[in-house]
Ligand binder design. Sequence first.
Ligand SMILES: Nc1ncnc2c1ncn2[C@@H]1O[C@H](COP(=O)(O)OP(=O)(O)O)[C@@H](O)[C@H]1O
Ligand SMILES: Cc1cn([C@H]2C[C@H](O)[C@@H](COP(=O)(O)O)O2)c(=O)[nH]c1=O
Length: 224
Amino acid sequence: MAELAFFSGTMDCGKSTLALQMRHNRSARGLIGLIFTRNDRAGAGLLSSRLGLVTDAIEADEFFDFHAHVVKYLTSGGRVDYVIADEAQFLSPGQVDQLARVVDDLGIDVIAFGITTDFRTRLFPGSQRLIELADRVEVLQVEALCWCGAKATHNARTVGGRMVVEGAQVVVGDVSQGGTGGEAAEIGYEVLCRRHHRRRLTAAAAGAGPLSQDVLPTDPVPGR
Ligand SMILES: Nc1ncnc2c1ncn2[C@@H]1O[C@H](COP(=O)(O)OP(=O)(O)O)[C@@H](O)[C@H]1O
Ligand SMILES: Cc1cn([C@H]2C[C@H](O)[C@@H](COP(=O)(O)O)O2)c(=O)[nH]c1=O
């Protein structure tokens, strides 16, 4: 039976890479998919991974109707074995409902990928709806790491290198940015563990290297 699956995690944990791998494996077996994305960093109509892979995708803007698009595609003689939707956090709840109808009414697998929460630790509306509706929610196994070495569970936004907790929910950007160039270049992201997100302690604020020795307090080792 067709299903709606949501692969979720922080930024930079490999979601787009997995989307490209799933597409590759399916097309190697002759399956045909429709690939959607929204606001990919590489540009409109692209699904890109930091590993350098990129593929064409259909840009699903705020007015896009997934169900209508797939129905139109099928009725014009197209074949659709599966649907991939990347950057699904940016979708509206209504668009996620459309994806669920693609599964239930058309019998087509839908695999969505997206970050769960924004820089304020609040659920994105699209992710919230996916968690509500998905048959399966999977957290990616290759977790990103906080500068302290703990598993990164939250996304921080930085402006000029400093973590902020106010601003627009959607600002396209990357984890390796955050310099002090122009206005846009100032905004960056960093993945952190919850403790350091709560303390607004980014790597720069902590004076940490790539993987700092200034780790979280741990229980003393017995006998030492
Ligand atoms: N130079 C590299 N060598 C090996 N792996 C890399 C390299 N650069 C990025 N990665 C891997 O790619 C992941 C990010 O993949 P990506 O699909 O772009 O993430 P997401 O879509 O979740 O933001 C990183 O967590 C890391 O595992
Ligand atoms: C936390 C957060 C992120 N974004 C943007 C930044 C990126 O363009 C995407 C996430 O892409 P990735 O492939 O998962 O790295 O989301 C945002 O707009 N608002 C936020 O709060």
